[in-house]
Ligand binder design. Sequence first.
Ligand SMILES: Cc1cc2nc3c(=O)[nH]c(=O)nc-3n(C[C@H](O)[C@H](O)[C@H](O)COP(=O)(O)OP(=O)(O)OC[C@H]3O[C@@H](n4cnc5c(N)ncnc54)[C@H](O)[C@@H]3O)c2cc1C
Length: 287
Amino acid sequence: MRFVAECQAEAIDSEGRRASGVRCRLSDGRRVTVRARTVIVAAGAIASSVLLQRSGIARGRAGRGLAFNMATPLTADFPDELHSERGLQISHYLEPPAEAGYALETWFNPIVTQALFMPGWFEQHRRNMRRYAHMTCVGSVVGTKSGGSVRPALLGGGVTLDYTPDPDDVARVVAGLKLAGRIMLEAGALRVMPSSHRYLEFRAPGDLDALDQLLADDSDLLLNSAHPQGGNAISVDRDRGVVDPDLRVHDFENLYVCDASVFPSSITVNPQLTVMALADYASSRIS
Ligand SMILES: Cc1cc2nc3c(=O)[nH]c(=O)nc-3n(C[C@H](O)[C@H](O)[C@H](O)COP(=O)(O)OP(=O)(O)OC[C@H]3O[C@@H](n4cnc5c(N)ncnc54)[C@H](O)[C@@H]3O)c2cc1C
C-alpha cells in the first residue's frame, strides 16, 4: 500500500459502471491520476458529496439530505474556582428520554476558544472572562432534520451549502438549554448564560421558563456544528440514497463511500466511533 500525502482528489474518472481512477492535485501543483481497481471515497460529509458531484456521479442525489449535530453552549458561573480547563474537555453526558430529542454534554474550552463562546458584549464579556476559572459549560445538542444540501460553487473551487435550521430542531435545542440551566443552578451555580445575541443571564431555575419567549428565532442564538452528516445516504432504494448497504455507489461495481456522508440521518451523539465502526463494517464488504 502507498500513501500519498497532501494530495487533493479533484474528480473520479469512470467508464460505464466502473470507476477507473482518481484525478488529483499535489500540494506543489503537479497533477497525478491514480489508477485503481477499487475506489473508496472518504472525504467527509461535505467533501465526499462535492467530489461525487464534480465527477458527475449520483447526479441529483449526492449532496442532498445533509444533517448536523447542532449545538449551543450554556455557560455556568460557580462561586468556587473550578478550573474546568484543567480537566477533560467533555466529561459528562446526559441523554433524557428519547422523546426529548436532545442530549446534554459538558464542554469546556481553552481560554481563547471559550472567549468565542462567552456570552456578553464588550464590558460584560470582559467581566465574564474574568470569571473564567469559576465557569463550566454544558452544550445542548440536537440531531437535526436532513434538510441541508451541498454542491460545488458555481465559481472557484469552493462549495455552496444550503441549510436553514428547522424551527422544531431549534425548539429542542432551547428545551435542552433550559434543562441544562436548571441542573447547573440546582448544583449551585450563581448564574447561567446562553450564548444568545442579546445578553441573557438567569439566577433562578424558574426564570428559565421564559427562555423560549426571550429567543425569537435561531438568529438570537449561537448555533454551531462540527458534525456534518449525510449527503450520500445509505439506502437499498437507489432513488433515496447514493450507496447501497455494502457502501457501494448505486450503478457502480467498484466505487464506494465510507464516512459520515453515508449516515441516512443525524445520530445526535458525537459521530467518530460510528464512522470508525463503519470502516470496520466496510472492510469485510469491499473487495
Ligand atoms: C473541532 C472538532 C471536534 C470534534 N470532536 C469530536 C469528538 O470529541 N468526538 C467525536 O466523535 N467526533 C468529534 N468531531 C467530529 C468528528 O471529527 C467527525 O464526525 C469525523 O471525523 C467524521 O469522519 P469522516 O471520515 O466522515 O470525515 P473526516 O474525519 O473529516 O475525514 C475526511 C478526510 O478527507 C480529507 N479530504 C477532504 N477532501 C479531500 C479531497 N478532495 N481529497 C483528498 N482528501 C480530502 C480531509 O482532509 C479529511 O482528512 C469533532 C469535529 C471537530 C471539527
